[in-house]
Design a protein around this ligand. Structure first.
Ligand code: ZN
Ligand code: ZN
Length: 441
């Protein structure tokens, strides 16, 4: 069961003055988050003018150890339930769970006129809604960087960003009071894999002097420009080439580009691929349907075929890079996996970084893998086995410089990350009085 977080809605205009909820005036545009501020997860940002509410993203948060038994946390939708007379539409920036995971729960409680989502996210949402009865009625409209949504008060446009999943969009929202750029999750990568970012469009938006920038703060604490996905691809290919026997690679199923690169590298080295773990099987399935992941049926190994294929022609792609106890890799390491038994000749690769908090469980698994005699490769200073999907400080600066907003609001991050992003904005020359570090509600 999901847990609903407890917040109270307040209001903040995008103009110079703060209002408490009793002082909201007719003709104000209200901007507030129901999730995503002071946390990494359950992103949900609302733009309200008169009788219309534009909602950007609708995510879940995966709880830490303090909420034992809770699968995920969803935002408190009560403000939106109370606003039942207002017309609401939902805009999705990309298909990660912290941006789409809450949709079934929102639709059960709140009347939404339409959901606008980019292609890959739409496929994931349709899959999700098919598991819940009675939610198929809400229209899901596919959008891309050229789309424009026009309602009575809002005009919403888009630009391509680079992130770890295909079809990630930034959003430009024009309201009667001014314009807002909402970056969604993004990074900059000058040698990207997949669709490039719309630099020219971003710079052009900057020329128009938007009033407010709301930007991804996840990696505010990381200094250097992120490693390019292309470097990761080369490293993976190198490992795949050098290994003489079986390769087992764990990564995030949510990093669709990485999943594809692992498959591509395997095929280049004449290895067939066996996929294990529900979320990984899911993403390979949808990625193939979308044409983002290209692998023939004959190059995919079923568990039965795996047993009869020479080790040097096998690449096993699995979940569990974060040490999740029930995921495939953890069961492989403890010797309880139905189909895979570790051999000392295996090479096990972590194409991921442990999320802080998961380090201990990841180390436990690495330890077990070493005990089996296998070669274990995880990210270190010497290897480019992983890169992030989020902008580091240098990339955040670039976004600030391209958009050149009048006001700035860091979003998508714990309080510390929001404050670090605030400082980054000040470093680029922004007036501290024009930066709002806000809380949910
Ligand atoms: Zn994301
Ligand atoms: Zn996110």
């Amino acid at each position: 069961m999901p847990k609903q977080s407890n917040q109270h809605s307040g209001h903040l205009t995008n103009k110079k003055t703060y209002h408490n909820k009793n002082q909201v005036q007719k003709g104000d545009t209200l901007i507030y988050a129901l999730g995503g501020l002071g946390e990494v997860g359950k992103n949900m940002y609302c733009y309200e003018y008169e009788n219309e509410i534009c909602i950007v993203d609708c995510g879940v948060l995966f709880p830490g150890d303090e909420l034992l038994g809770v699968d995920y946390v969803i935002p408190d939708y009560h403000h939106l339930i109370r606003m039942n007379k207002k017309r609401k539409f939902l805009v999705i920036t990309h298909g990660h769970e912290d941006h789409i995971g809450g949709i079934p729960f929102l639709l059960k409680q709140v009347q939404i006129d339409a959901i606008y989502a980019p292609r890959f996210a739409k496929a994931l949402i349709l899959k999700k809604l098919s598991e819940h009865k009675g939610l198929e009625k809400v229209p899901i409209i596919e959008i891309n960087e050229d789309s424009s949504i026009k309602t009575r008060y809002f005009t919403v446009g888009f630009f391509n960003t680079i992130h770890s999943i295909p079809d990630s969009l930034g959003v430009l929202i024009t309201t009667p009071n001014g314009s807002i750029v909402h970056t969604g999750d993004f990074k900059f990568d000058l040698t990207p894999i997949g669709t490039n970012a719309d630099y020219q469009k971003m710079a052009y938006i900057g020329v128009m002097q938007p009033d407010l920038l709301m930007s991804d703060s996840t990696n505010s604490g990381v200094e250097e420009f992120s490693i390019s996905e292309k470097d990761v691809a080369n490293e993976l290919l190198e490992i795949m080439r050098n290994a003489k026997h079986r390769i087992i690679i764990a990564t995030f199923a949510s990093n669709v580009y990485r999943v594809n690169q692992i498959i591509e590298a395997a095929l280049k080295c004449h290895r067939k691929v066996a996929v294990f773990g529900r979320s990984m099987e899911n993403v390979v399935d949808i990625g193939r349907k979308m044409g983002v992941i290209k692998i023939k049926n004959s190059d995919l190994l079923s568990p039965d075929q795996l047993a009869h294929t020479p080790d040097s022609e096998v690449c096993i792609l699995c979940t569990g890079s974060q040490g999740e106890p029930l995921a495939a890799l953890s069961r492989i390491a403890s010797g309880t996996h139905r189909h895979i038994h570790l051999k000392s000749s295996d090479t096990v690769v972590f194409s991921s970084n442990p999320i802080p908090g998961n380090t201990a469980s990841v180390n436990k698994i690495i330890d077990k893998l070493f005990r089996s005699g296998a070669t274990v490769l995880s990210r270190s200073v010497l290897t480019n086995l992983h890169t992030t999907g989020h902008a580091s400080r240098e990339e955040q600066k670039l976004m600030l410089q391209l958009i050149k907003p009048r006001y700035f609001m860091p979003i998508h991050g714990e309080f510390k990350m929001l404050m670090q992003h605030r400082q980054t904005a000040i470093d680029t020359g922004m007036d501290p009085n024009k930066i709002f570090v806000c809380a949910n509600g």
